[in-house]
Design a protein around this ligand. Structure first.
Ligand code: COD
Ligand code: ZN
Ligand code: ZN
Length: 390
């Protein structure tokens, strides 16, 4: 019982055939899971900026492919040897696997499992083949998850079983954006009770950092964003003050040092710009401040710094997926959400049916466009995260 019945499933998936083009909703064939693989019926998926980076060509993944890496669903069938999940289980596929056997998985603090398929994406399962076929052609997987499909196949080490009562249209965000921000505060920085935190960038991930700082008991959480429309939401989820760098003559790190009596305890860069990474480093206390890089800077950009900034005692760090070991942490985060330890669902600003995926990406892009010189003003001030439901 529980093994696949070797049935190919025909279903709808959003296929990206070419860069810079909309998705085509296609009928695809999803092969049954092989040994140590799991086939999942997707119920909901968030749209993350990284998916759009692939479409734009600013990040590489082999085409044609099924994107998506922030989903939740129900196990449909499992391959031979799968022991951690069974058909009917609610699960979150994780782009950062946890094989449990590699050097990184065995290290108590490491989370970047060597089985990750992100840095030199293969587009295949671990055996080098794909489970998706469309119009007779193999279609590639993405980040080992490919959630923009009614059914997907993932490795067993890239799936976390979660509470059977959890709302999948909400907890899907634990698959990427929420965990990335929340863990950066609770796990990577290890924010302490009573501390002062500065969060640069109040998008969905920055708001999740704010929630992490609050959950960890920070006394002051200062949000920094050039878009003041972001302040209300940030304050709703835990920011105690919000400031815009555009309101000050002097550099924002100087403003923050003054506000905090010499430097904040913890700072976070959640924008993906090297200038704000430097500001975040400089605004933290010279002897014991901790600064965490959460945003990814454009490909080849480099930073140079005066080593004295670190010699005095600051800690500068970063992590993917909030430093969480995925399979261990995702079920716990779902429990914490169910226990209302953080208002993660307030990150969901839009919900669309899966077939409207191209509209979802337009929303994401319109949220970004107002910061691009020459682009139209954003139509909707409140775009945070769009969730697609199947
Ligand atoms: N100063 C202050 N605020 C700014 C500035 C600036 N110069 N420029 C932009 N901002 C603000 C914007 O107004 C916006 O509110 C915010 O910064 C950015 O928010 P979003 O909505 O664009 O982005 P998020 O929150 O969804 O994600 C931001 C990240 C930087 C975290 C994300 O793009 C990223 O790089 N992720 C890290 C990579 C990663 O972990 N990948 C793993 C799988 S995806
Ligand atoms: Zn993501
Ligand atoms: Zn591993």
């Amino acid at each position: 019982m529980g093994w696949s019945h070797n049935r190919v499933i025909k279903c709808k998936a959003a296929v990206l055939w070419e860069l810079k083009k909309p998705f085509a909703i296609e009928e695809v064939e999803v092969a049954p899971p092989k040994a140590h693989e799991v086939r999942i019926k997707m119920v909901a998926t968030g749209i993350c900026r990284t998916d759009d980076h692939i479409i734009a060509g600013s990040l590489f993944a082999p085409l044609p492919l099924v994107l998506g890496h922030e989903g939740a669903g129900i196990v449909e069938s499992v391959g031979e040897g799968v022991t951690s999940v069974r058909p009917g289980d609610k699960v979150i596929p994780v782009f950062l696997p946890q094989c449990g056997k590699c050097k990184v998985c065995k290290h108590p603090e490491g989370n970047l499992c060597l089985k990750i398929d992100v840095f030199k994406p293969s587009g295949t399962m671990q055996d080098g083949t794909t489970r998706f076929t469309c119009r007779g052609k193999p279609i590639n997987h993405f980040m080992g998850t490919s959630t923009f499909s009614q059914y997907t196949v993932v490795q067993e080490c890239a799936v976390a079983k979660i509470n059977a009562a959890s709302p999948l249209d909400k907890v899907c965000l634990i698959g990427c954006g929420f965990s990335t921000g929340y863990g950066s505060a609770t796990k990577v920085a290890k924010v302490t009770p009573g501390s002062t935190c500065a969060v640069f960038g109040l998008g969905g991930v920055g708001l999740s950092v704010v929630m992490g700082c609050k959950a960890a008991g920070a006394a002051r959480i200062i949000g920094i964003d050039i878009n003041k429309d972001k302040f209300a939401k940030a304050q709703e989820v835990g920011a105690t003050e919000c400031i815009s760098p555009r309101d000050f003559q002097k550099p924002i790190e100087e403003v923050l040092k003054e506000m905090s009596g010499g430097g904040v305890d913890f700072s976070f860069e959640v924008i993906g710009r090297i200038d704000t990474m430097m500001s975040a480093l400089m605004c933290c206390q010279a002897s014991y401040g901790v600064s965490v890089i959460v945003g990814a800077a454009p490909n080849s950009e480099m930073l140079s710094l005066n080593p004295m900034l670190l010699l005095t005692g600051r800690t500068w760090k970063g992590a993917l997926f909030g430093g969480f070991k995925s399979n261990d942490s995702v079920p716990k985060l779902v429990e914490d959400f169910m226990a209302k330890k953080f208002p993660m669902d307030s990150l969901i600003s839009h919900v669309l049916p899966f077939e409207k995926i191209n509209e979802g990406f337009e929303l994401l892009r319109s949220g970004k466009s107002k910061f691009m010189p020459g682009n139209l003003v954003c139509k909707d001030k409140e775009i945070i995260r769009t969730v697609l439901t199947f």
